[in-house]
Write a protein that binds this ligand. Structure first.
Ligand code: ADP
Length: 446
């Protein structure tokens, strides 16, 4: 097992990872920008290293500074968290060259899944259902027209290098295809320096359902069920739950089995999430994330398995701590993302937290990096915490969530807590009958 882990991240996820290290008896190193000197993840770590000025490019994304911090502190492993360098194959490779373990998949798997066309081909080859579309990249407008004609309109033009919904354009019919291709190509070139495109059938009213897998890197892999993340604004998830209100036990079992088998065949190492769109009882692969997800706690709450501890064990060469037969699903969990944002306009709301009182009680978990008097810097993501609630069924979970949101006090800044309270009062949310467009339509009505 490792002696000392450097956590290359900040905020709630840095604290989350520290908690796992402490339980395993591993020393922790926090890194921070000059803007984060007072952050909780720095205060609670055994050691800390300042790695640069506020801009993420100069600090949390600064690979030489991170490697130097490992050398100075003698850390033998790095946990990247999510975002920042978590899906950067080069970072994983550089650490390996320095004999520092990267707590995540191999650089090859990160690279494979980071290229959306190769990811799609790999998934299809492993028996995972994909959205009907082009086999690989489309090389000309003529080819695009032919493929779109075959799969039927509307179609979605996507960037191979895409991320965060950029470089993606819907074409309703053939007349609109040419301009969709041109716009997607230009957007993708500008955002990613690559204008390779592919085409998929555009699904009208899908849900977003993702499957959690863990692999031991040696052909063993299990799934931990699914998470439903359809409540999104501009492709950003804001509320996640497990299990999905849309699936029955057979569907869950089948998609889980397919994903675990594929991860085993790849010799996948570490945790990963296979994301699907789900419509009319069918799953369609969209991408695989080769890292820990923001919403991993809902899976932990219904399985009792600590995903970060599993990640650390696997990176240290230990076997999975449970077999598929030993995984049991119990009750229901919901996570609400608490962002420092205006709950109507979503304008960022950094600044000093004048009063902080998190909720408690049975089944309530708060993962957050903030405290009373803390000043939220304006440089980073607006996620400041997550409220995760567990109940023996969805009804109890919703009841408990309503109570916990009512107890949560964060004064001095604006947060998305009032939005979550409003969502609970909506019949579609209470009944679990929503798709990926529901939240935007709800917000437009407000
Ligand atoms: P990115 O990597 O840019 O986030 P994804 O492929 O994960 O792109 O897609 C982001 C979101 O776009 C999905 O969550 C879904 O809302 C929408 N989307 C993607 N593919 C399709 C499709 N074929 N039909 C309809 N919506 C889609």
């Amino acid at each position: 097992m490792f002696d000392k882990i450097l956590i290359a991240n900040r905020g709630e996820i840095a604290l989350r990872i520290q908690r796992a290290c402490k339980e395993l008896g591993i020393a922790t190193v926090a890194v921070h920008s000059t803007a984060d000197a007072d952050a909780m993840h720095v205060r609670l770590a055994d050691e800390s290293v300042c790695i640069g000025p506020p801009r993420a490019a100069d600090s949390y994304l600064n690979i030489p500074a991170l490697v130097a911090a490992c050398e100075i502190t003698g850390a033998d492993a790095v946990h990247p968290g999510y975002g920042f360098l978590s899906e950067n194959a080069r970072f994983a490779e550089i650490l390996e060259h320095h004999d520092i373990a990267f707590i995540g998949p191999t650089p090859e798997h990160i690279g494979l899944m980071g290229d959306k066309i190769r990811a799609r081909e790999t998934a299809a080859g492993l028996g995972i259902p994909v959205v009907p579309g082009s086999r690989g990249a489309v090389s000309s407008d003529d080819e695009a027209r032919r493929i779109a004609g075959e799969i039927g309109y509307p179609v979605l033009v996507k960037a191979a290098a895409g991320g965060g919904g950029r470089g993606m354009k819907v074409a309703e019919n053939e007349a609109a295809l040419e301009s969709a291709l041109a716009t997607a190509r230009a957007e993708s070139k500008a955002a990613f320096g690559d204008d390779t495109l592919y085409i998929e059938k555009f699904l009208g009213r899908p849900r977003h359902i993702e499957v959690q897998v863990i692999g031991d890197g040696a052909g063993g892999a299990i799934h931990l069920g699914e998470r439903e993340c359809s409540l999104q604004r501009r492709h950003q998830k804001i509320w996640e739950e497990a299990p999905s209100p849309a699936l029955n036990a057979e569907e869950r079992e089948e998609i889980g089995r397919i994903v675990a088998k594929a991860a085993a065949a790849l010799n996948y190492r570490g945790v990963g999430t296979v994301e699907f769109l789900y419509e009319d009882g069918r799953f369609y692969f969209i991408e695989m994330n080769t890292r820990l997800q923001v919403e991993h706690p809902v899976t932990e709450m219904i399985t009792g398995i600590d995903l970060v501890i599993e990640q650390i064990r696997i990176a240290a060469g230990m076997p999975l701590s449970v077999s598929q037969d030993e995984v049991t699903f119990s009750g229901h969990a919901i996570e609400c993302r608490i962002n420092a944002e205006n709950p109507r306009t979503f304008a960022p709301s950094p600044g000093r937290i004048a009063y902080f009182h998190p909720p408690g009680g049975l089944g309530v978990r708060v993962d957050s990096g903030v405290y009373h008097g803390y000043a939220i810097p304006p440089y980073y993501d607006s996620l400041i915490g997550k409220l995760i609630v567990h109940g023996k069924n969805r009804t109890e979970c919703l009841m408990r969530l309503k109570r916990a949101l009512g107890e949560f006090v964060i004064d001095g800044i604006e947060t998305t807590i009032p939005l979550h309270s409003a969502l609970i009062a909506e019949p579609d949310v209470a009944n679990g009958t929503y798709d990926i467009h529901w939240l935007e339509a709800f917000l437009a009505r407000q």
